[in-house]
Write a protein that binds this ligand. Structure first.
Ligand code: ADE
Ligand code: ZN
Length: 487
């Protein structure tokens, strides 16, 4: 006992009154953690030098006391860890409740959009098991993602006014702030709102059912004005910044199942002098649809969009694309070499080709990984057996630039309410902290690895001033050094 008393007194200046017989009850949580750091005198620099791989993944921000505290309290630690969310679709933030409210306001049929039924559909483990109707033309590996995209497209079509876009942005920014997000770079799919589909997956489905022929070079009939879509989102971003303190920006995402001509038309509208300042970059999403191998299309059909990417770059925009999700490593390779992207969204299937892994790792191209979405889309089918690509990517030097929600309102695992809030502690509500917790569980991420991943996310943000980036990194550093369980 005396030994412990002396030990505590040595470690804790001012603890002369510590009485080991009374136990540690008199100590605060903070003090217990310091006492717990019994290996304080070990020279970790020498130890680290013997484990260069581990060292290269270290954040350098968590001191030992905070690290010990954080590992015992990972959910609380991660919950306010300052982070950037770089892969989230604003349409993927449409909660059942919000779709219902929009449908009612727009005079559409609310029976079709019952929030309780929609919540039940979204609660399952995979999008395949949630009573979603997948599109007819998809391969076995694409069933779950296409089931999701069908529901997503149907709900998005209910959005008709500037106010609809404003509201969903405010919904997201509120949740982002609760999740410790300091910077969000948010995708939107304007083609879904501005044009009827006459070249993509929807048009192909209509044709298959005996309707008019799809036009692979077509530009769909106009629906909403681009200015109303981007206007509502921008109004939400400005108000959200003032109300929730989250700094946000928009990335225009092209639909890869639609024609190049339509994507070009959308880009031309977006880069008009009065509009260009409202976006920071372009991306590419949606399924390959009729361009995919199942419909006789070409693998890696994303390469069709090279002229669009060149034009966007010339206009000063940053470039990214979904790859290594529905399609494999060759799609990632093509996005790197043909589209010359600055980031890759998802990227997890890069692990199927060691040469592409090496290329993406050597170039340090940031990958915005979305573990819960990948799980629900069964992108890596063995994910259900506990196999996650995150650890292999990490040890092979791939730049995992944050973990992200993708489509948070559709990504719950377990029971959530119609606003997508968790109903029980074990539930993954789908928002960005769930992505960190899920990856920590599946891939055994330590708190320090979570910090490095969050740091990567801040370093991968686009169009920040040096001052802004330094400010976010300083915030992360302060959080890590000061963090204690009672917070
Ligand atoms: N659009 C929204 N979420 C998507 C995803 N996970 N993959 C492709 N397109 C999407
Ligand atoms: Zn996505």
């Amino acid at each position: 006992m005396e030994g412990i008393t002396a030990f505590v007194q040595k470690l804790l200046p001012g603890s002369a009154d510590f009485d080991a017989k009374a136990g540690a009850i008199a100590l605060t949580n903070d003090e217990v953690m310091i006492v717990g750091a019994w290996d304080k005198d070990i020279n970790f620099e020498t130890k680290d030098a013997m484990m260069p791989d581990a060292r290269s993944h270290k954040s350098g921000l968590l001191d030992r006391t905070s690290a010990l505290a954080a590992s015992a309290n990972l959910p609380a630690f991660v919950s306010k860890l300052p982070k950037a969310e770089l892969h989230v679709h604003i349409e993927g933030c449409l909660t059942p409740e919000r779709v219902h409210a929009i449908v009612v306001r727009n005079g559409l049929d609310p029976k079709e959009f019952d929030p309780d039924e929609a919540t039940a559909r979204r609660q399952c483990g995979s999008w395949l098991h949630g009573d979603y109707q997948p599109m007819m033309f998809c391969g076995p590996n694409e069933m779950a993602i296409n089931a999701f995209l069908t529901e997503y497209t149907r709900n998005n079509a209910m959005m008709r006014t500037e106010q609809d876009f404003y509201e969903v942005m405010m919904d997201y920014l509120e949740r982002a702030a609760e999740n410790g997000v300091v910077r969000a770079e948010i995708f939107f799919d304007p083609q879904m709102h501005c044009f009827e589909d006459n070249s993509g997956a929807g048009a192909a489905a209509v044709e298959m059912m005996g309707g008019p022929k799809r036009d692979p070079k077509g530009i769909g009939k106009p629906r909403m004005k681009y200015e109303d879509v981007v206007g509502g989102l921008t109004r939400g971003i400005e108000e959200g910044k003032a109300k929730y303190g989250v700094d946000a920006a928009l990335i225009l995402s092209f639909l890869q199942d639609r024609s190049l001509e339509e994507a070009m038309e959308m880009l031309d509208q977006a880069i008009k002098p009065e509009n260009i300042g409202k976006i920071i970059g372009v991306g590419m999403d949606n399924g390959t649809g009729p361009w995919g191998p199942m419909m006789g299309g070409v693998p890696n059909s994303t390469a069709r969009f090279k002229p669009c990417y060149e034009k966007a770059k010339a206009a000063g925009l940053m470039l990214t694309a979904h790859a290594g999700e529905e399609e494999g490593a060759s799609c990632v390779n093509m996005c790197l070499d043909v589209l010359q992207v600055d980031r890759i969204d998802h990227g997890v299937r890069v692990m199927e080709d060691p040469e592409v892994v090496k290329k993406i790792a050597d170039r340090r191209v940031p990958c915005t990984v979305c573990p819960i979405s990948n799980h629900r889309a069964q992108i890596v089918p063995r994910i259900f057996c506990g196999e996650s690509p995150i650890r292999p990517m990490w040890v092979n030097g791939v730049n995992i630039a944050g973990l992200h929600s993708d489509d948070p309102a559709y990504c719950a695992i377990g029971t959530v309410d119609k606003y997508c809030y968790s109903c029980e502690p074990q539930t993954y509500d789908g928002y960005v902290n769930s992505a960190y917790m899920r990856a920590a569980r599946d891939s055994g991420l330590t708190p320090d690895e979570c910090v490095t991943i969050a740091k990567n996310s801040l370093e991968a943000c686009w169009k920040l001033t040096d001052e802004q980036r330094a400010g976010y990194l300083a915030k992360l550093k302060a959080y890590c050094t000061d963090w204690r369980p009672s917070q």
